[in-house]
Unconditional design. Sequence first.
Lengths: 201, 635, 347
Amino acid sequence: MKKDPFNVVVSGVGGQGNVLASLLIGAVLVNSGYKVTIGETYGASQRGGSVMSHVRISRTEQYGPLMPPGAADLVVALEPIEAARVLGQLGNPQTVSVVNTRPVYPVDVIAGDLTYPETTELFEKIQSLSSRSFFLNATEKALELGNPILANIILIGAVAGAGLLPISEEGLCNAIVDYLSPDKVDINRRAFLAGMEMVKE
Amino acid sequence: MSLIGKDAPGKEVLLMGNEAIARGALEAGISVAAAYPGNPSSEIVGSLAEVANEMGIYVEWSVNEKVALEVAAAAAVSGLDALVAMKQNGLNVASDFLLNLNLTGIRGGLVLVVCDDPSGISSTNEQDSRIIAKLADLPLLEPSTFDEAKDIVRYAFEVSRKINNVCMVRSVTRISHARGNVVLGPLPAGRPTPYFDTSKPLSSLPPSASHPVAHARLEQAAEIFKSSPFNRYRGPDTPELLIITSGAGSFFATEAMGILGLHSRVGLLKIGTTWPLPEELILSHLSKAEKVLFLEEVDPVLENNVKEIYADHNRSLPRITFFGKKSGTIPNTGELSPGLVLSVLSKLMEVPLPPVDEAYSIAAKDALERYAPFRSLAFCAGCPHRASFWAIKKALALDGRNGVLFGDIGCYGLGFLPTGFRQPKTLHAMGSGAGMAGGFGMLSRFGATQPSLTVCGDSTFFHAAIPALINGLHHRSDFLMIVLDNSATAMTGFQPHPGSSFDAMGSDAPPIAIEDLCSSLGIKTVERDPFQLEEAALTIHELLQEKGTKVLILRQECALVRGRKGPRRPRMKIDPAKCIGEQCGCNRLCTRVFRCPGLNWDGLTGKAKIDEAICVGCGVCADICPSGAIEREAS
Amino acid sequence: MEMEDLHGLDELNRRVLEKGLCAACGACTGRCPYLTSFRGKTVILDRCTVEHGRCFTYCPMTFFDPDETSRSVFGVPYNSESGLGYTGEVAGTRAADRETAAKGQGGGTVTALMALAMQQGLIDAAVLTALPEGDLFPRGMVAATVPEILSCCGSRYVGAHSLVALREALDRGFQRIGVVGLPCQIRSLRKMALYDLKEEGLKDRIALSVGLFCNWAFSSRDFKAFLAERYDLQEIRKFNIPPPPANVLELETTRGLTSIPLDEVRPMIQAACGVCPDMTSEFADLSVGMYEGREGWNTTIVRTDAGRSLFETALGAKALEVEAFPEENLAHLKQASINKRQRSARK
């Protein structure tokens, strides 16, 4: 990684596996000798709110759990408007974004009190706020693999496939063994590889 | 074996602050851990529970925080080491016992970890618990990193054993619910056999005798803290500005100093022993300071205590300008953030903030305003609480007397929002809904005509609602307690409670049936399924017409628990031919009013849609659709 | 009535429900998820944002234009001086079938007419009131066969929301529905036909309306509470208001007959009835009511072609016995009707 600290934001909606994604990214990198700090918001976030994990990666320092304004180097978004939200708060002209294109509608949108942005415009907005951006329908791929929750691992695969973080297949599997459980390795490996594949296309 | 139980000294792992605290307790050699779950503290005892059997320790989810402290104290007065953990609100529940235990002292080690929640990210308040340590004459430690969280807990046990009294550790959300590198230390072997020395009874009587003993123990702690490794200074010998901080504040200060290039000009005194403060250390730094900035969250605890030391020694100290909450430099509510600390330091030190790209800022602002619609919190798809509040709303409408629903603490606290149709009208503390409903139910003697009712969760019922229920019953209060029994302490991560058939360590436990308990008191107790909306609503209505204290149990498992184990319920589908959408006769009831995230509204076709990735098939929407357009697909 | 004068639920609430002017007719509640009728009260469950709602439009209490209605039903402007509205023949009638005559209120004319209309295929469903097992107050029901019609009962002097059953009949797809209703309900039916907001073909599908005479009705919620305070509700079998000058409410209980002075129960009368100017269901096809001084008979007013056709069929089929209605009685009925109109105008 060129920058130290390298700041990653993993964002999404409560229930999308945001926390697990940031944990696994962090675990792989700690296993590789990095100092990693992850700041996240818990509690009510499980119930449909926006969730955001700050993952701060350094060779030498244990950074704080929240990054300063505009400090995001990489945004991994499980939901497109959450990408826009993070870029709006923490993005800068060099930020790279990896975005799951499948919307999860806020309850106020469902109720008709707010409107969801038109997706083409939304993607353009994300692009305009990123130096590079990758869009993939991770949820659709995850449903193909049997469970929409796997979208988070697919995105990690995409991040690795695009060479944005030093995460290898082996590193991820080891982290799953250490931090989750060995029986979860197989399905997550498939999701990871699927994500890698998706950014190669 | 979970990471926190790993016997691998020297291994560097990524741990959540709460897991690091748990690991610290294991490294200290605890025998007992107890807690009532509450964010941001839940994972401390949660992670200890996971390793309890392998580590040979006893871990329990207690019925409430006071009992948790009592269980831990029983071990600690018998020569064992015990940990008790709670969130800030929980400390209030436990404090009656705590403010007597502090006077008797203990005979082993007892560390009370309280996790504060500045800004109330997952709480109803943001109280600063550090003040309670002062009130209780107990030593208090505050970790600033994850690794330190582990080590400070181990150290707290040493202090506790040495002074024969409770040692408190205060964490905050940004430590407890964050993760970072932790180097595992050795795990001790062997534990003492508990023995209560009956020749030395423990009593605070008379306080005139026990209180001085508590003070003496605190003095002992102060002695130990003089050389504590958790108080550290980094910076020039005579800094232009001395920052005094504790907890997560040191992260933000360090980073801001780096960004602004202030390491040679500003000194950072990080305090780990917040109470009693290391007076000599502080004096030595005050003597070289002209400007002092306090960086701490919520209350000015460091600030006031340091100023007290300064006042006592003002003759020998230079004139100092203090910046903190009193000066208005730091807000006196809420948590700290990197942005806040950056701007404060930039102003005080007169150095510019890093430049920002103007065009990007404008575009970023636009993204927030136009492309990021707010996500209000909502009950999960398939959550039984949505159905319960729907039934309550209907019952209250049918009743027409403007009944008052007293709310309580749990996921169903979200009932305040449109997701729960704004039904609860109060929200205070665990069990207080029942107490207030009981009180309101006694006001008909003054002419009150509104029916009184309350909701409480199954875990909350056991925690603090039972005394209130009994109080209402005994005083002939007219109120209805609705127990929203979703078979889980859902808000905090599905911990078992006395109604569960298993305990924290996964052993079988005798479940206490709420209905049996209530019936045994002679209370009319009814059970319904909230997913049977109409029946539930009419039952509530009928119970509201009856005098006396009544209990209705609305029982349906939490959708998240169900999703984890059970097979998916029926797939839901919408018959577009029957969906009348925006017209009179429906007006988007399912999305506009019912607001389940598993449903969507397709503006183009003017029809409702099921979101396959979110719907869990509870089927409640099928019952509310007046057109019969939502159907359960045969599996 | 212009579209901009038609509103939704909020306005219905402001103009009618909040003022306690609901007549409990049932026109608004059928199938609407935002409104429900519950124990004699119309209850709002949620806020609805539909601009032009059927609830507001079909409610007899929001607005009613007698002229527009009269033109559309009778082809002439409304004559407020007439007392009985637009009338054709007025006659004394009773069901020819003794059993029907004995069972019904008065002379069983309504039951006989509805049964005949069904037999003759004039209607394919009837919206009536029936007494559910063990209940004191009737509810609306859809009768699709003659025996079902015969099982129904007469008015019980309470607002019964019975037009809820009209919505059910429409939803079940009936195309020629006959409705028996109180004057407020007949007004609602005519508004449905006039405005038919959802183009349900209501003008044709509400094929027959038989209106009842009505001076007032109790609020079933208040009346039930009144009775429950004084009696064990289980004991009450039936209640009846004999014609003046009795001025009492008769209660038939398991322990025998008792009576309550009418003045004691008057506070239980729906406020809506106090502002209602219509005693004889002036906009019905046929109106049927008490025949004062002649027990076991009804007064029948024929008003529209549909009414006349049914009436003549009934005579031809000998389903009704008919006798001339004395001038003196007619004058008396007119005066009573004018009195109601004048009372309502004072409110």
